[in-house]
Design a protein around this ligand. Structure first.
Ligand code: GDG
Length: 476
């Protein structure tokens, strides 16, 4: 069954992303970031969420499986093993992801993978096109689906289509090393609005469009290519500050959090939370912590560094290599600096429920968020939201995370400089309460102002042409 726009006057919101997150009927599952972001918007607009089911089947879907949940229809496509290999593991995660994170040397381009990427985008577009109603607002998410608008346009879809890029957009000199990147830039011009995390990303993308495909930069965010006008703009993504703060407060009774408290004794906790990804700088961070322990021998036995790292993309060879490097680095540091009653670094590959993560963040005197490059990094914002306002911990934040553009009261570091990071760890541990409170209050004000609801509302407002797209309550 197709939803129509009805007579509410509010355009339907059609979201397209690589993976679709169907709400868990038990309500227990931890909702993904995008699901949280879209919740209010879907309530106000009614919606359709289209994408990969996460399942692999011998035959690719030509029409999606529809799951109806109140206001929202979920449209799920299965991929073949070859699709997953070429589109997802191959071009998206082995070629695009490293380039977008400035890691030219890690990017593995293959023509077959690129063809698979285009094939999946085309088949998504042809399955979706027939479901589109004239007034729908279409919002496409992330680097897996850059060509989707071009494919939809080819099928005659004239609706306003927006794209949000969750990861960094590199300088044209970096993106230009990827074969096919000019085609991707031309594909980008089929969107009406392109959102990126920071002004730097927006500038890089606009420059790329001008330098590589001959677009003309007009006033402000506007770029023109022939008849087409595209707005390229920074929309820094946020979190649901209040719910994370509440979860952190409540979690002191949680079994895992209590066990952590008991295990720490009088030691202070330093925390890192990241998917196992080379963009996150995990081995580099462990070596910075090693430097800190070598330079501050009085701190041995006084601190514990907990690194929570769910395994990610394990079918991609560079991730298997990273896993080995992390294990070796960890083993070496714990072996050389540990003592019978003290393990310096605790490393766990488990995926914890969000309330547990919130509680662990609140326990930690230092939050280490030191990616080599990151679109935004929500962990930095979550660490701040989780703190006790009376006695907050301190955030050490990489200058290469988008979050550093907003959270200037963190201790900002270059993650390539292990001595600088080691010094920041020491400064964070020794910082007086008054300064911690003052910095925390300013960071908290920033992340509260730019929270997830305002992110969604401001993107959709711009996508619908500056008009409020219906229910005013989602527009703050
Ligand atoms: C991409 C961009 C951008 C982590 N471990 C567990 C767990 N997490 C949660 C964190 C956080 C989320 O996963 C990770 O978000 P990040 O923003 O840190 O990083 P990416 O996954 O790389 O996300 C990034 C983001 O998109 C949004 O636009 O900020 O730059 O790379 O919320 O808390 N969640 C649970 N258990 C875990 O063990 N439940």
């Amino acid at each position: 069954p197709q939803q129509t726009n009805g007579d509410s006057g509010v355009p339907r919101l059609v979201v397209v992303s690589n993976r679709v997150a169907i709400p868990d009927p038990t309500g227990k599952g931890s909702a993904g970031g995008l699901a949280v972001a879209l919740k209010e918007a879907f309530e106000a607009h009614r919606g359709l969420w289209f994408g990969w089911s996460g399942k692999v089947a011998a035959q690719p879907s030509t029409t999606p499986r529809i799951v109806d949940k109140g206001n929202v229809q979920y449209a799920l496509m299965d991929l073949t093993p070859l699709d997953r290999q070429e589109y997802y593991n191959g071009f998206a995660n082995r070629a695009l992801w490293p380039i977008m994170h400035y890691r030219i040397g890690l990017s593995e381009f293959s023509r077959a993978d690129y063809a698979g990427y285009l094939r999946v985008n085309r088949s998504f577009a042809s399955a979706l096109a027939g479901m589109i109603q004239p007034d729908d607002l279409i919002w496409v998410h992330d680097y897996h689906l850059i060509p989707l608008a071009a494919e939809l346009r080819a099928l005659g879809v004239t609706n306003r289509i927006g794209y949000f890029h969750h990861i960094p957009w590199p300088a044209p000199e970096v993106l230009g090393t990827l074969p096919g990147s000019q085609d991707l830039l031309r594909d980008i011009t089929e969107y009406n609005l392109v959102g990126v995390q920071t002004d730097l990303d927006a500038d890089n993308l606009r420059r790329g469009l001008v330098q590589e495909v001959g677009a003309i930069q007009r006033k402000g965010d506007l770029v023109e290519l022939g008849e087409k006008q595209i707005r390229v703009k920074g929309f820094p993504i946020g979190i649901d500050v209040n719910s994370f703060q509440q979860a952190a407060k409540r979690s002191s009774t949680n079994r895992l959090v209590r066990q952590t408290v008991a295990g720490l004794g009088s030691r202070r906790l330093i925390i890192g939370i990241d998917r196992l990804d080379y963009s996150k700088g995990i081995p580099e961070r462990m070596e910075s912590f090693e430097r800190f322990l070598i330079g501050n021998p009085d701190q041995r036995g006084q601190v514990t560094y907990l690194q929570v790292t769910p395994v990610s993309r394990s079918e991609v060879p560079e991730y298997a290599t990273l896993s080995r490097v992390v294990n070796e680095t960890l083993g070496r540091i714990n072996g050389s600096l540990g003592e019978p009653g003290w393990v310096p670094i605790h490393y766990v590959n488990s995926t914890y429920p969000r309330p547990v993560l919130a509680g662990l963040n609140r326990l930690a005197r230092v939050g280490l968020v030191t990616p080599m490059r990151d679109g935004m990094n929500l962990v930095a914002k979550e660490y701040v939201a989780a703190q006790d306002p009376e006695d907050p911990g301190m955030l050490v934040l990489s200058k290469f995370a988008g979050a550093a553009q907003q959270m200037t009261d963190a201790l900002i570091v270059n993650p390539n400089d292990k001595i600088e990071v080691a010094e920041a760890i020491r400064d964070a541990l020794y910082m007086g309460r008054e300064e911690r409170v003052a910095r925390w209050e300013r960071m908290m004000a920033t992340i509260t102002q730019c929270d997830i609801a305002s992110w969604t509302a401001s993107f959709l407002k711009d996508l619908s042409g500056g008009r409020s797209p219906g229910a005013g309550r989602i527009l703050r």
